[in-house]
Design a protein. Structure first.
Length: 94
């Protein structure tokens, strides 16, 4: 029977392996998983680590885009009010 392992446990195992204070076999024994799983999870963790920073960069760009859109919509609103006011004044003068 296969044992299901949570992503949290996989991360703990991977971090323990990355730290290098103990041998893979010791870590596997402690967490009751196979040594090959420890090695696989370590590799997956290292391979996926850069995505944390990519996600962070995307979030920052998204925030900047939202701020720019808000600024542009505000400016559009101001220009519409000016146009409407100018049109209203022109109609009143004629």
């Amino acid at each position: 029977m296969r044992k299901r392992v949570s992503s949290e446990l996989k991360a703990k195992v991977a971090i323990a392996a990355i730290q290098g204070h103990r041998k893979v076999n010791e870590i596997a024994s402690e967490y009751e998983v196979l040594p090959s799983q420890v090695s696989d999870w370590k590799k997956q963790h290292l391979d996926g680590a850069s995505s944390i920073f990519i996600s962070f960069q995307k979030a920052n760009k998204s925030k900047e885009s939202d701020q720019l859109l808000t600024s542009l919509y505000t400016k559009i609103g101001e220009l519409e009010v000016e146009r409407d006011f100018s049109t209203h004044i022109a109609v009143m003068e004629s």
